[in-house]
Design a protein around this ligand. Structure first.
Ligand code: SAM
Length: 268
């Protein structure tokens, strides 16, 4: 009996994994242990879901496409305990989900059209998350893992590296999916930093500073960040006002944002 009847939906970023080797590699990278609380984002037709369920015995999945809910439920019968959250992942409160349970291990071949909003949403719940194994566009992973000075070093790099350890794992070619996407993909491991290692004092100020810095990457940081700080502020933390954002290591953005945060709390 073929339970999954509907064709892939483009508007939901549905590219289903069909390559067994890649599926095995994802499960191996995840290495589920009996005590883990594993949550998959976007199970689709279950390409990763069922291998994890077989190995681990239980799994929670978050799927937005209503047409997939019943087939997923029926296919899981006899394999393991599948809990389905039928919801937009951007509306899932991961902190609540992890209450009274171990920190979540997230896994997913993400819908590429909303992968960045998903990453930022999950980061808001970082203390509830132990790690993430995500399939994304390779280009996005290159940006996440970039070093200062690289052309692709930018807002996503700084925002992620300030809160997570980013480890690219392996590449995945388009023919591993049905239908094949137009771009190369890759799998990344993200591990949120322990709360005592997250040094940002004012997350909103930090986010605004990074956004402004890369809003006009060709400008010097003095000009790009002028709404939030002066050349004197930049010099006070030992940076050059004529530097460009793409040259600054993540730690320098944190240093400057924290200086501004302390300065504004001293004046209020
Ligand atoms: N995991 C499956 C696989 O590897 O074959 C499917 C991956 S497919 C790239 C992305 C999945 O995310 C689809 O099942 C899609 O319906 C689901 N999805 C798209 N937008 C979503 C959202 N906002 N919330 C939850 N799931 C979503």
């Amino acid at each position: 009996m073929k339970l999954f009847k509907d064709p892939p939906k483009k508007n939901l970023g549905q590219h289903f994994l069909v390559d067994r080797d890649i599926i095995d590699k994802i499960v191996m990278a995840l290495k589920p242990a009996p005590e883990d609380f594993i949550v998959e984002i976007g199970p689709g037709q279950g390409a990763i879901t069922f291998p994890i369920l077989k190995k681990h015995g239980s799994l929670t999945v978050i799927e937005f496409d209503r047409d997939l809910i019943t087939p997923l439920m029926e296919s899981a019968e006899g394999i393991g305990e599948l809990t389905i959250i039928h919801k937009d992942v951007l509306k899932v409160d991961f902190t609540k989900l992890a209450a009274d349970r171990p920190a979540i291990r997230l896994v997913g071949n993400l819908p590429y059209n909303i992968s960045t909003p998903i990453l930022f949403h999950v980061l808001e719940h970082a203390p509830a998350v132990r790690d993430m194994h995500f399939m994304l566009q390779k280009e996005v992973i290159d940006r996440m893992a970039a070093e200062p000075g690289s052309k692709v070093y930018g807002r996503l790099t700084v925002m992620l590296q300030a809160r997570c350890e980013v480890t690219p794992l392996f590449m995945v070619p388009p023919h591993a999916f049905r239908p094949p996407p137009k771009v190369d993909s890759a799998v990344v491991r993200l591990v949120p930093l322990a709360s005592d290692k997250i040094l940002i004092q004012d997350p909103v100020l930090f986010e605004n500073l990074v956004r402004d810095a890369f809003g006009q990457r060709r400008k010097t940081i003095r000009n790009a960040m002028q709404a939030l700080c002066t050349a004197e502020d930049i010099e006070a933390v030992g940076l050059r006002p004529d530097a460009r954002a793409e040259q600054l290591p993540v730690a320098d953005f944190i240093k400057l944002a924290n200086f501004l945060a302390s300065k504004s709390s001293a004046t209020t």
